[in-house]
Every structure is written in C-alpha cells, then in structure tokens.
Design a protein around this ligand. Structure first.
Ligand SMILES: Nc1ncnc2c1ncn2[C@@H]1O[C@H](COP(=O)(O)OP(=O)(O)OP(=O)(O)O)[C@@H](O)[C@H]1O
Ligand SMILES: [Mg+2]
Length: 268
C-alpha cells in the first residue's frame, strides 16, 4: 500500500477561547481520491481546508501531507509543501486586468526563480501547457481576453487551469461553485473531476450542494459542529444521514453558502 496523500490526526482548531471550529478530526485521504466535504454553515469545512495548508494554523493534532507534518513545517519546507497544494477559490482570485493565459501562467510562479518570475519570463513549455489546458476547458476563444471580462463559470475554469499549472499533488477547493448558476456549476465540476482524474490528483472540495456532492465525489465527508459525522460513498449517504448532518439547519441543504469573503487570504 502506498503512503496516503494526507493524514489528519486528532486535529483541532479554536479561534480564541470559545470558538472550537474543529474538535478532533481523524481523516486519511489516499492519492487520487475526489473527496467532497458537506455540512451546514459554520460546521468547520473552510477551517478544515485551511488547516491542511496551514493558512490557518491548527491548534493541536497533526496534518501529515505527502509524508511531512505541515504544522511543524516552516520557511522553505512549508513553501515547498504549499507549492504541492493547488487552491481553487469561490471568488476565483484572478487578476482581472491581466489576460487569461497570464493568469494561468501565474500558477508556475512558485516554482520559478525570483528573477524569472519578476520579469515574467515563462518557458515555452509552460506557455504551451497553459494554452493546452485552456483549450481543454473550452476557453480557446478567451485566451487573450482580460480575465475580468469573463463570466463566473469561465473565470473558475481559469482558476482550475492556474491551480493545475502549479503541478500540484493535492487540490483544495472551498465552495468553487457557490457563486455560479447550476449550468456553469456543472461545467466547472465536470472539468475539475475530469482533469483531476486524468492526472491522478487528490482533490478535496467543500460544497453546499448535496446533490452535486453525490454526483461527483468518490467519497463524501459530512462535517457537523467541528466533527466528522459521515464518511462514505455517495450511495451510502442516505436521506436520514443528510438529515443528521444538517439537523436543525435543513433549510441549508442544497443552498449556496452565505459566506463572508475570506478569499483575500493570499499564499505567502
Ligand atoms: N477567522 C475566524 N475568526 C473567528 N472565528 C472564525 C473564523 N473563521 C471561522 N470562524 C468560526 O469557526 C466556525 C467554523 O467556521 P467555518 O468557516 O470553518 O465553517 P464552514 O463550514 O466553512 O461554514 P460556511 O458553510 O458558512 O462556509 C464558525 O463558528 C465560524 O464562525
Ligand atoms: Mg466555508
């Protein structure tokens, strides 16, 4: 058996003294899994995703990614670990005044020298890869448009290409379709699933839409009040289990997140 991609052990996160957002999460994720995390607002889904790359430092427990304890990693080691983790955001986080292909190429910045990156000197192979990715997600007509001129669904496809351009081992997506209409959401999820399957990437996606989770996930994790209350395949997610995950908050099943925008958090 190969080493798992990610192992969380007794992971906790508290904000201040009174908000216990994660209360002892144990979770092992293997290479190539497409994991969707569901749960009501405030359950701890975003906190869980952010503790994986330690954008939000965990309070106790461990996060082992690709064999290294993220909570102990510092400086260069932490940067190297984070370079292996691609991020996809609800609000896309593109540079809107810059064209689409440059936005995708930005995915390479973490692996370039300071001089190369400050001069924006990308290798021809990188440019070709960015182009090929954009064609793959159906954006060949948009390559030289400003990112800000695209629709939300198109912007998120650019976001996927940028994350893939980073050549990550793990992709984290926090509510990638929460700002999209159902048709655009389906397109984005389909490309995300296809590309990650083709490249055998591990993917963890937070979603509010239970039906979308069922459709795409190879494994669903149900989080409630900072704890995992369901871990199984789509077919095992019964209506009773959904009711349990969302109990008291049933009105949120399938509704988009009402989140405050924290996407402005930027990688160091
Ligand atoms: N930066 C923060 N400072 C203080 N408390 C926070 C912070 N971020 C999250 N919390 C709290 O931690 C708990 C979990 O929040 P989190 O954002 O992880 O939930 P979520 O499942 O992602 O919710 P949503 O579906 O609304 O996005 C909530 O009680 C929330 O208020
Ligand atoms: Mg959230």
């Amino acid at each position: 058996m190969t080493q798992p991609s990610l192992v969380l052990e007794n992971l906790t996160k508290s904000y201040g003294k009174n908000t216990h957002a994660l209360k002892g999460i144990d979770l092992t994720i293997h290479h190539g899994e497409f994991v969707v995390i569901i749960g009501p607002s405030g359950a701890g889904k975003s906190t869980l995703i952010r503790c994986i790359n330690q954008m939000v430092p965990s309070t106790s427990g461990s996060v082992r990614f690709d064999g290294i304890a993220m909570e102990k990693a510092k400086g260069k080691e932490l940067r190297q670990q984070r370079a292996k983790i691609g991020m996809i955001f609800q609000h896309y986080n593109l540079i809107e005044r810059t064209n689409v292909i440059k936005n995708v190429l930005h995915g390479r910045l973490g692996q370039m020298s300071f001089l190369q990156s400050s001069l924006g000197r990308y290798q021809a192979t990188d440019k070709q890869e960015a182009y090929d990715l954009l064609v793959k997600v159906g954006l060949e007509q948009q390559i030289y448009k400003k990112a800000g001129a695209l629709s939300g669904g198109q912007m998120q496809r650019v976001g996927i290409c940028r994350a893939i351009m980073q050549r990550p081992k793990l992709l984290l997506a926090d509510e990638p379709i929460a700002s999209l209409d159902p048709k655009a959401a389906e397109t984005v999820m389909t490309y995300l699933k296809d590309i990650t399957t083709e490249r055998e990437l591990t993917c963890i996606v937070n979603l509010h839409q239970v039906e979308v989770a069922r459709q795409y996930a190879s494994r669903i994790i149900g989080v409630r009040d900072g704890q995992i209350v369901f871990d199984g395949q789509s077919k095992e997610l019964t209506d009773e289990m959904i009711a349990h995950i969302y109990s008291g908050k049933e009105e949120q099943i399938g509704t988009p997140a009402m989140t405050y925008n924290e996407d402005i958090l930027v990688y160091e």
